[in-house]
Design a protein around this ligand. Structure first.
Ligand code: FAD
Length: 392
């Protein structure tokens, strides 16, 4: 199904890398992954002509040169003549795999029913067993009104954290407010100083947006964007990234979050609004207070996160170590910022999250340069800002 979705929704043949990414997140207990990948590789964006085109060249007289004998040849296109032990065989016109059914990718039937895409969204209110209430407001003011009526209400976007809490950790929420459709929370904009990323923005959309930003902006300004994009590659599978939100990851403040160390290292700023409409801002490294604890009062909502452009002297780098490369929980992850301050000095901000051991130790391991790894010109002084307290 993942592969079908990829082929149907791609505007053009996918790359081999996209095919592998789409398969990630699926568990296979029958054939194993290799045969599946091999089977789908025929749909990948490869140059089919390499395999199908026979290189007939022609002389000035217009005769075709046989690719095998190197001599003029009269077998011509579309014939199956054989001459003098030659290997001239019928030449087939190249067929691209993606055109086998006669359609181009763009002409294929839409994967999602158009009538559902065009349908006008309505605010929703559902009630369930035990008096559970579920709201889906469309206006931001209604979110604030609901939050002031029900201060304990749980906001929800992709439900990939809340769902786990209710299903496996016995958490119970009487009032849930789905904020998926609120425009103010879905903002994605480029400003003079950086990017404004709405709390409800899904991770797949963030990936697409960052790719665009990286293409359009000077390379030195987008070091954090690149680090976040690289980290997102190893963040769950596409199914999760399609629904999971930026704000959901931030507000959970999980010690295994792949992105939170990067927001801190990159100097991101959280924009928070309360039910009365008052907005305040706070640097990411002050927003995270501890294990699954953030600086957000009951009457407050995370509005967006502001990611500043990096300067030419700043470099941001991501780090994630897990048992497996794809779809695994981090054993250690970190965000790192290096600021070159002069000819021989550099400052570092390293924000590690290591779930099972004191984070100071992790920071020391990451910051202390090993003898052979020090470049002759740069690190003579290492400074690390206090990291996020990471306790179990
Ligand atoms: P939700 O579950 O909808 O909400 C999470 C929390 O955020 C709730 O407490 C909610 O009230 C709060 N919240 C949401 N929006 C706001 C707001 N605007 N203001 C205030 N509070 C708000 N995480 C990783 O870091 N790396 C991974 O590789 C990874 N893999 C995963 C794989 C699977 C299979 C699953 C199920 C989860 C994985 N996660 C991973 C965790 C999770 O997907 C992410 O944390 C995700 O970003 C959460 O987003 P969400 O929209 O689903 O959050």
């Amino acid at each position: 199904m993942s592969m079908y979705a990829l082929l149907r929704s791609s505007g053009e043949p996918p790359t081999e890398e996209q095919i592998e990414e789409s398969l990630a997140g699926n568990l296979c207990r029958c054939t194993g992954y290799r045969p599946i990948l091999d089977a789908f590789r025929v749909f990948a964006k490869t140059d089919d002509l390499l395999y199908t085109k026979t290189s007939f060249e022609s002389t000035s007289a217009g005769e075709l040169i046989c690719p095998s004998s190197g001599k003029p040849c009269s077998c011509g296109e579309g014939t199956a003549n054989r001459r003098d032990n030659s290997v001239c065989v019928k030449r087939y016109s190249p067929v691209l795999y993606n055109k086998i059914d006669g359609n181009l990718y763009v002409e294929k039937e839409l994967i999602f029913p158009p009538e559902l895409i065009l349908r006008k969204n309505m605010p929703l209110y559902l009630h369930g067993f035990g008096g559970v209430k579920w709201y889906r407001p469309l206006k931001f003011q209604h979110v604030l009104d609901l939050k002031s009526c029900y201060p304990d209400a749980k906001l929800v976007v992709g439900n990939t954290e809340v769902g786990i809490e209710t299903k496996f950790k016995n958490a119970q929420y009487q009032v849930l407010i789905s904020v998926t459709h609120v425009p103010e929370l879905n903002i994605l904009s480029m400003t003079e100083n950086g990017l404004e990323i709405g709390a409800s923005v899904r991770l797949t959309l963030l990936q697409q947006f960052l790719r665009k930003v990286i293409m359009q902006h000077p390379v030195e300004e987008t070091s954090s964007c690149k680090a976040i994009l690289r980290q997102l590659k190893w963040f769950a599978g596409n199914q999760i990234k399609n629904v999971a939100s930026v704000g959901g990851n931030i507000c959970t403040a999980s010690p295994i979050s792949d992105l939170n160390p990067l927001w801190m290292a990159a100097g991101a700023i959280m924009r928070i609004i309360n039910c009365k409409g008052t907005v305040r801002t706070i640097p990411a490294k002050e927003f995270f207070l501890g294990y699954r604890k953030v600086d957000l009062a009951n009457d407050e909502v995370l509005l967006s996160v502001f990611l500043p452009w990096t300067r030419s002297s700043e470099f941001v780098k991501e780090f994630k170590q897990a048992h497996r490369r794809e779809d695994d929980i981090a054993l250690v992850n970190a965000g790192m910022l290096r600021q070159d301050t002069g000819t021989r000095t550099a400052r570092y901000r390293v924000v590690p999250l290591k779930p099972k051991s004191p984070c100071a130790e992790t920071r020391r391991c990451l910051v202390t340069p090993r003898r052979n790894e020090v470049t002759p010109r740069l690190p003579t002084r290492d400074e690390a800002t206090p990291p996020l307290p990471a306790q179990e």
